[in-house]
Design a protein around this ligand. Structure first.
Ligand SMILES: [Zn+2]
Length: 190
């Protein structure tokens, strides 16, 4: 750990961090402002940057990043709406016991947005065949289509909601930027 004589506030997460006496930059630290930011990183956006007492220069970069992230999420939602079927579905039985007990003894599809792959209702059909062996192939296909459409709609909703959350953060960042005033660094305890 490098020696430091002062501490400063991170422009982004607001945490107090050691200031490198030579470079004037904050120490590396983890990402601690989850808010609604979709993309989580191990490192704070304000790590190894100037402290808020000295500069507000990281805030516009973060705002740009939020706008980009929002556009990216919106594009992904539009793509999913147009092409419909491009994500992996994961099917889970709750437990063997509850399969016997409940009529609809399965948990609904969980869509994984991180691993995209051309989807097909075929796995659902196999799943439903196992679940309701007496159903006709047509009935199963109909149910599989319904479940799939529901999962796609829910995935689109999630993308659009995350996109909106990114934009919703902008005013508070703008306010932090506008309200900035230079201030002295905090002296570290000897
Ligand atoms: Zn930080």
């Amino acid at each position: 750990m490098a020696k430091h004589t002062h501490r400063g506030t991170c422009q982004i997460c607001g945490a107090l961090q050691a200031v490198n006496a030579k470079t004037g930059l904050l120490a590396a630290h983890g990402y601690t402002v989850p808010a609604h930011w979709h993309q989580r990183t191990a490192s704070c956006f304000g790590a190894r940057k100037l402290p808020f007492q000295v500069s507000r220069d990281v805030i516009p970069a973060l705002m740009d990043s939020l706008r980009q992230q929002s556009a990216h999420l919106r594009a992904a939602a539009e793509d999913m709406r147009a092409n419909g079927t491009t994500f992996e579905v994961e099917l889970r039985w709750p437990s063997r016991a509850s399969i016997r007990k409940t009529e609809a003894g399965f948990e609904l599809i969980r869509a994984s947005l991180t691993s995209f792959r051309p989807a097909t209702t075929q796995p659902l059909d196999a799943f439903l065949a196992q679940q309701s062996p007496n159903q006709s192939a047509e009935e199963r296909a109909e149910r599989a289509r319904g479940m799939y459409a529901e999962a796609v709609a829910s995935a689109i909703h999630r993308l659009e909601s995350d996109a909106a959350s990114c934009l919703a953060e902008l005013p508070s960042w703008q306010a932090r930027y506008d309200g900035w005033k230079p201030a002295p660094l905090i002296e570290a305890a000897p």
